[in-house]
Write a protein that binds this ligand. Structure first.
Ligand SMILES: Cc1cc2nc3c(=O)[nH]c(=O)nc-3n(C[C@H](O)[C@H](O)[C@H](O)COP(=O)(O)OP(=O)(O)OC[C@H]3O[C@@H](n4cnc5c(N)ncnc54)[C@H](O)[C@@H]3O)c2cc1C
Length: 469
């Protein structure tokens, strides 16, 4: 054990064998994330069971200058949970802090601990006929602490907002071990700066989130889903305005799917079915939800109206929950279906809605010119301006030759994003992966403000060093 880390031994007894782990093989899975982009070293894994234990750990770490890497479900994919290679950092996993502290149906709130798995929170609220709308493909393993620390998005952002919009209060342990209990359930609170928002999205660099009060919503009783074929991404933007009006803003998903992506899904994802008789270049998956049973009529009226305006070419409205699932397979399978097609270079970017189709057109043309026969798979949450702009390697070229162009492709894509007033990082965090881009694309004044905030909250730089900044 590293000499500095020995200073934590007084905690060993109180944390107990479930909270103090030195066994190499138990620690091993905590040293990397799913994609395996980075792997680090650590000799000690701590799993506190409550906020007081987190506080005790941070107090000692701060005193002895021991660096800490916080972890939730390790689904972040940007290296935010991976310790450095010097083996001097300890891992602090919140996974044992997984209690529901309070369910308050009058307030429409639930108070949860940071280690609660997102899908468990959804299930508990659904059983009580409430909705917690945060929903991502990793929901079976990511934790609410990780969701808040990365300000997660997912499929319902258009209607309900990002993770930061779904929080009323948080409890945080600061770098010096002090506990800030801000577990408020107020919808209105203007007592000075909104400090909780600084911790949300800070990827464990400013404090350890131990608990949160989350907003709940009434569970919609009816859902109407449809896939519309459209002539271009431009049409998707025009249709978005019509869909918002037609449904009186009951739109909870609006996802772009391209033909090339759909071909990959049809080829590689079991159960995926061609949705219409004819094939089209672009599609949007639209979903309305409400407690009011008039959605079908609204969807049909939207379809008629858009057909007459030539912004929709064809459509399939789901007639059953099975058909709804079949439509979602075509969207949800897109990431998985790209894997057997060889290497891919991915960008998760956001663009103001009015510039989205311009971005897709310009960036696709530039990428295809730079790497002839590369396959651009642009898809995703177009309703909130978030596009997954993924590039699959040309068939029959060497994987390495393609991946060697990663940095140049990133520059090409992110420069266009910047010109169109977008963001190079719509979802996930910065972690280790996008630190360089943060320096290049964020205005200097912003980076300097971030640095001074970090210095104020964590003057000894013990919290997740080497991440974000
Ligand atoms: C298949 C798949 C689909 C995904 N889809 C989406 C998506 O649609 N939208 C999206 O936004 N993301 C998505 N993600 C990314 C990821 O799931 C989210 O970033 C998620 O919020 C991370 O939660 P986690 O518990 O796994 O956090 P981790 O990966 O464990 O941690 C993420 C960061 O937060 C820090 N951290 C974790 N817990 C705490 C805490 N309690 N206090 C302080 N810091 C903490 C870590 O140090 C790290 O920097 C996806 C990932 C996968 C694998």
């Amino acid at each position: 054990m590293h000499t500095k880390i020995k200073n934590l031994i007084p905690l060993k007894k109180s944390l107990g064998p479930k909270g103090w782990i030195e066994d190499k093989s138990t620690i091993e899975p905590y040293l990397e994330e799913e994609r395996g982009l980075y792997k680090g070293k650590a000799k000690l894994l701590l799993k506190p069971e409550n906020t007081k234990e987190v506080s005790n750990i941070l107090k000692l770490c701060n005193k002895h200058n021991i660096k800490i890497v916080p972890q939730g479900g390790r689904t972040g994919l940007c290296g935010g949970t991976v310790p450095s290679n010097n083996g001097e950092e300890i891992i602090l996993s919140l996974e044992r802090m997984n209690k529901i502290r309070e369910f308050n149906k009058t307030n429409f709130t639930i108070t949860v601990e940071a280690g609660c798995i997102l899908s468990n929170i959804q299930n508990i609220t659904n059983e009580k006929h409430f909705l917690f709308p945060l929903s991502l493909a990793s929901e079976g393993s990511c934790t609410i602490g990780g969701n808040l620390s990365t300000n997660a998005g997912g499929i319902n952002v258009l209607r309900y907002g990002m993770a930061r919009d779904l929080v009323l209060g948080i409890e945080v342990v600061l770098a010096n071990g002090k506990i800030w209990n801000n577990l408020m359930s107020l919808r209105k609170d203007n007592r000075g700066y909104d400090l909780k928002q600084l911790f949300i999205g800070s990827e464990g660099t400013l404090g350890i989130i131990t608990s949160a009060v989350l907003k709940l919503f009434p569970m919609p009783k009816y859902i109407e889903s449809a896939l519309f074929a459209i002539p271009s991404p431009d049409a998707a933007i025009e249709l978005l305005g019509l869909a918002r009006s037609a449904s009186a803003d009951l739109l909870n998903a609006y996802e772009l799917v391209s033909r090339i992506g759909m071909e990959m899904v049809l080829k590689h994802i079991p159960g995926a079915k061609e949705p219409m008789k004819n094939k089209y270049q672009w599609y949007v998956l639209i979903e309305f939800s409400s407690s009011n049973n008039s959605l079908r009529k609204q969807m049909e009226e939207l379809f008629e109206l858009a057909l007459n305006k030539n912004i929709v070419l064809d459509g399939a409205i789901a007639e059953s929950s099975q058909q709804r699932k079949d439509l979602w397979v075509l969207r949800d399978g897109l990431n998985e279906a790209q894997k057997p097609e060889g290497a891919s270079i991915k960008h998760d970017i956001s663009i103001p809605i009015n510039n989205v189709s311009k971005f897709i057109n310009i960036a696709s043309t530039c990428v295809e010119k730079y790497i002839p026969n590369s396959r651009v798979v642009a898809f995703g949450h177009i309703g909130d301006g978030n596009i997954h702009f993924n590039i699959s390697q040309p068939v029959n070229i060497d994987k390495k030759e393609f991946l060697d162009k990663w940095e140049n492709i990133n520059k090409l894509v992110f420069d266009i994003v910047k010109d169109l007033n977008g963001s190079f990082s719509a979802e996930h965090g910065i972690g280790k992966l996008k630190r360089k881009e943060l320096k290049i694309y964020n205005p200097k004044i912003e980076v300097n403000l971030m640095k001074s905030i970090k210095l104020t909250f964590d003057p000894k730089n013990i919290l997740n060093p080497g991440k974000v900044l």
